[in-house]
Design a protein around this ligand. Sequence first.
Ligand code: MG
Length: 389
Amino acid sequence: MRSKFLPVSLAALAAASPSVFADGAFYGDPPDATHPWTIHDMNRAQPARVEPGSFSTQEQPGKPPSDAIILFDGSPASVEKWAADKNPLEPTKWIVKDGTLQCVPGAGYTKTREEFGDCQLHLEWSAPAKPEGSSQGRGNSGVFLMGQVEVQVLDNFNNPTYADGFAGSVYGINPPMANPLVAPGQWQIYDIIFRRPVFKDGKEIETGYLTVFLNGVLVQDHTALEGGGGHMGRSKPHPFPEKGPLKLQDHGNPVRYRNIWYRPLPKRASEGGDTSTMSPEATAAKRKQIATSIRDAAAKQQGKEQLLHFMESLTYDADPATITKVTDLATAWHASFKDLAPDKLADKKGEVLQVNKAVQYLVRFKMLPDSFVLNAPLKKLITDLGWDE
Ligand code: MG
């Protein structure tokens, strides 16, 4: 749907403050007990600008998006980010060659020195071009989120194995929905969205999830972690720390990696994140916060603008002190023209219609009473002057 209030100028968007968007208020459905914003709320933060990267080809890795945190791009600085798993003071013994990070069988897992939690993770891997071994023995490695949940890396191009151990599986939990691998020796691309389990007071409130694209094909769709999986044993839900290292598995095969980066993800509603639906407590707090910021801006304004902004704040928090303030401001604004002759009112038309729209919205959603001081007089004035036609 296109809003009749748009387009807003780019300069206005850049200067996003409540005052710029007075015309965007009194439009969509208001906040409720679990939604702190109105529909089409111009007080919501603008999305952060990210310059997109480019897609990889077999010949060349793509460019990460501008806000990605680079974990490995072949440069010496990025190699420094990796350590031996067992002794994190030691550099990794994996080989760095031609911009790739290659597992050395027997060297052990490698892990990032940096620790992180929920993320969008991108990486590319390549199993040895000449297949050796079978089932779990062919081109096996693994991507361990927070060091403990494995998205399997395995050459299953032409290599059956148990389904929950396939490339693209959450190992020991869920097989991939498809097998979109290309031939060994070529680059396979993982785009992974990881959400860790969240516990509160010893109780699991989020089980944790993995979504995985393999070569652009969805293979895990918000798969529940059920404790994180693993070999042989059925995993049980358990608390995860806030963050952990990314580990790559040494399973005895010289698998190569390239172009590894991640973007941290914002908090979910269960952790107090600013999402579309929030807990009643978080919603009430957020509504209060929005109302306060609009009132702070309104306090520096005058006349109709000030009136409209205090009215807008009632959308989020209809507190009695502000209703009194709005009633006083409305009375003063009305007094400035109510005794003028009808033929002197033409230049007030836009202003009156604008304030009336705000009044009707707030009355309709019970943020102001029917008896509000402007409700009946503005309706009458608009009808009398034929401004409603
Ligand atoms: Mg593995």
